[in-house]
Design a protein around this ligand. Structure first.
Ligand code: CP3
Length: 333
């Protein structure tokens, strides 16, 4: 059994597997080289040969316990026919939201459009570099995808107040997302994903209707993944009540963000935990990094725990610090 599954299924507290959210990409020199000559990000995600190389880059360097496929949560809106572009120093920019067009997309259309993602997974499935490691497939949660599809840009750059005005449209998009995300999950599992992670990066923006925007749509996906026999990790970044979330949604493992107080959380939590360390710590010095890593490992000493960050690794991170992180986790006793 892989180290992460030992932790997640057997609830072992003896080992601390390690991988990092957003490990494949932006901070790695060898990724930047590829990116420089591939200006179209979506096209790069759909080039399964290059995507395979990028997925394996962090594994070859650091020997993480899992590979996460090089892809993006916005491949779903792309697959549904909404234009998605990535602009330098700005981030994603989505095109007009034409509901009629989205509603006419079939399961087969989406599967065909995203087929290089599934090809990527089947190519990686038997890779020598991934022996005894997990291969993580992922999706964005309906709420976070809804935010991008309606707002068209990252809420970091401003959230449109028009957002909640039209409930009929919101409900229709949520319905379509539930359907298409499930297809994407199923295709990834069939192609070789051994774990699915659900990224709800903007869950912290939800102010009311938690059932409608957070609990119900995530539970629906979690049950779908479980039915397919694969563990599912949830990352509802920025929510205030992780305990309530795990009680309702029951993920196989919960990824906590860096605003969560781990000491307080652990008292009433009964699912395996992943993550937590503030990615900014990787921009400080090695001594501080070791200290902060040991703090998390000490707190979760008697709890199944996969070492990871409390959000994606930052582009400014130096690879030296990542080596130090892995070594510190591996040498922890
Ligand atoms: O984790 C990995 O290494 C695998 C690949 C992966 C990417 N995006 C590649 C990527 C994963 C898991 C994601 C998830 C993702 N994408 C999320 C959820 C996680 C999070 O960080 O909150 C979100 C919100 C997105 C949407 C997205 N994609 C944004 C906002 C941006 C621009 C800013 C940024 O993060 O770089 C992207 C682009 C993106 N996705 C890059 C990579 C490697 C950078 C592309 C570049 O080189 O310009």
């Amino acid at each position: 059994m892989t180290p992460i599954k030992e932790c997640l299924i057997n609830k072992s507290t003896k080992i601390n597997p390690v991988w990092l959210m957003r490990q494949a990409g932006r901070y790695l020199p060898e990724f930047k080289e590829i990116r420089k000559v591939n200006p179209d990000f979506i096209k790069l995600c759909l080039d399964h040969t290059l995507a395979e190389e990028i997925t394996l880059q962090p594994i070859k360097r650091f020997g993480f316990d899992a590979a996460i496929i090089f892809s993006d949560i916005l491949m779903i809106p792309h697959g549904m026919g909404q234009t998605v572009e990535f602009k330098k120093n700005f981030g994603p920019s989505l095109g007009a939201l034409e509901l009629n067009k989205l509603a006419s997309v079939s399961d087969k259309d989406l599967t065909e459009k995203l087929s290089p993602v599934y090809q990527l997974l089947s190519n990686l499935k038997n890779s020598n570099d991934l022996k005894n490691k997990d291969l993580i497939g992922f999706v964005g949660a309906p709420w976070t995808l809804l935010v991008y599809m309606v707002n068209k840009i990252s809420p970091k750059n401003g959230l449109s107040q028009e957002f909640f005005k039209d409930e009929v449209i919101i409900n229709e998009i949520l319905g379509l997302l539930d359907k298409f995300i499930k297809i994407h999950i199923e295709n990834q599992i069939k192609a070789g994903a051994t774990i699915i992670q659900i990224f709800d990066s903007w869950a912290g923006l939800i102010q009311n209707d938690f059932d409608k925007f957070l609990y119900n749509p995530t539970l629906s996906l979690v049950n779908h993944v479980k039915k397919l026999g694969v563990p599912v990790i949830c990352f509802p970044r920025g929510i205030t009540d992780y305990i309530k979330f795990t009680k309702i949604v029951k993920p196989s493992m919960i990824n906590i963000d860096y605003n969560v107080d781990p000491e307080n959380l652990i008292k009433s939590l009964d699912v395996p935990v992943q993550g937590g360390l503030d990615p900014k710590i990787l921009l400080s010095d090695k001594e501080n990094l070791r200290k902060q890593i040991n703090r998390y490992l000490n707190i979760f000493k008697d709890h199944p725990y996969v070492f990871n960050l409390g959000h994606g690794i930052l582009p400014e991170t130096e690879v030296e610090m990542v080596y130090e992180l892995v070594e510190t986790v591996r040498n922890y006793k």
